[in-house]
Design a protein around this ligand. Structure first.
Ligand code: PMV
Length: 326
């Protein structure tokens, strides 16, 4: 007997210490741990019902899902079905407030929301560790969007991935910061993070990237605990720049940045030189996300908005974890 339709909402997250490389590509087990902040307002809502039918019916933002996106969601529903011991086909409707495919972590929010709604609709009640492990199968970074605030996704050691899960680093009200997002291009990204990671893993700088992760994670954990924005911001910039440096040294080379991305980097450094504590990070796309204090967010947003090539600017507060809403 399967539960009726369930709707869940999950927020996107931004990695401050990046996940970039897998030790198992099927289970989405990472080569390193990562640390993120879940962001309010960049959410995906997913309604899931296992109502039989001959095939899965998938709708994303008002359109029938197609191509690789639909395949990925179907494969994920197979994982949910396997866990629930069910073979029933599903109806899934997702609605996003995150622009998709432009490096704003829409897949993290989407798979965290579908993992929660899908597992409940299939009659499972998963605790956060198991829910995180399930969401990870859809998209690695979705493991972190199950939880709110500052989150660490542990690399884990086990081959089955049961210990590769997200854990809270601090309660949501521990530290109020802002992430100002500069959107420099709304075009879909040219290289998916999965393909980017495969390319990066063959690059000559990759071993150094993996080797440096533990030190970055330790520095970020300590900075979050101490609410030390400068320490956290500097390690976040360092992690992001190393991740992109690995791609530059790959063959073929991988470069997610556009001209405006570089302008944003210089603008953040100029803000810092003038006394505003602002620190950037960049994911698998050309957008720039800037960590700062709430009191400085308007100044940071104005500086980024003024740059040629910046299409729009969003300001996000820390957000909560995935929730069932209906
Ligand atoms: O979760 P994926 O497979 O989309 O990979 C996310 C990769 C980065 O966003 C670049 C880094 C991260 O840790 O989120």
């Amino acid at each position: 007997m399967l539960a009726a339709e369930t709707t869940a909402r999950a927020n996107a997250n931004v990695a401050l210490v990046k996940y970039w490389g897998k030790r198992d590509a099927v289970l989405n087990l990472p080569s390193t741990g990562s640390i993120s902040l879940t962001l309010a307002g960049l959410a995906v809502e997913a309604a899931v019902a296992f109502d039989g039918g001959v095939s899965d019916r998938l709708e994303i933002d008002g359109e029938p899902a197609g191509g690789e996106e639909a395949e990925r969601l179907r494969r994920f529903l197979d994982v949910v079905r396997a866990e629930a011991g069910s073979s029933s086909r599903a109806r899934v409707v997702t609605r996003s407030t995150v622009p998709r495919g432009i490096g704003l972590a829409s897949s993290a929010a989407a798979f965290a929301a579908v993992a929660l709604a899908g597992s409940r609709a299939a009659g499972l009640r998963l605790e956060p560790p198991a829910l995180s492990a399930l969401a990870r199968r859809g998209s690695g970074s979705a493991a972190r969007s199950v939880l709110g605030g500052f989150v660490e996704w542990r690399r884990g050691e086990r081959p089955d991935g049961t210990d590769s899960i997200a854990e809270p680093l601090a309660p949501l009200d521990h530290w109020d910061v802002r992430v100002v997002v500069a959107v420099t291009s709304s075009a879909p990204k040219a290289v998916s993070s999965r393909d980017g990671m495969t390319r990066a893993a063959a690059a000559p700088f990759y071993p150094a990237w993996v080797e440096g992760a533990e030190a970055d994670l330790a520095a970020a954990r300590a900075a979050i605990r101490a609410r030390d924005l400068e320490a956290l911001g500097l390690v976040a910039e360092h992690s992001a720049l190393k991740m992109h440096a690995v791609g530059l040294a790959a063959r073929p080379a991988l470069l997610y940045w556009r001209g405006a991305t570089v302008e944003c980097v210089h603008a953040v450094w100029a803000l810092r030189a003038a006394g505003t504590a602002a620190f950037f990070t960049i994911d698998a796309g050309p957008q720039v996300k800037v960590l700062c204090l709430p009191a400085d967010a308007a100044r940071v947003a104005a500086a980024l908005h003024a740059l040629p090539g910046v299409e729009r600017v969003l300001t996000c507060a820390p957000g909560g974890g995935a929730q069932v809403i209906a």
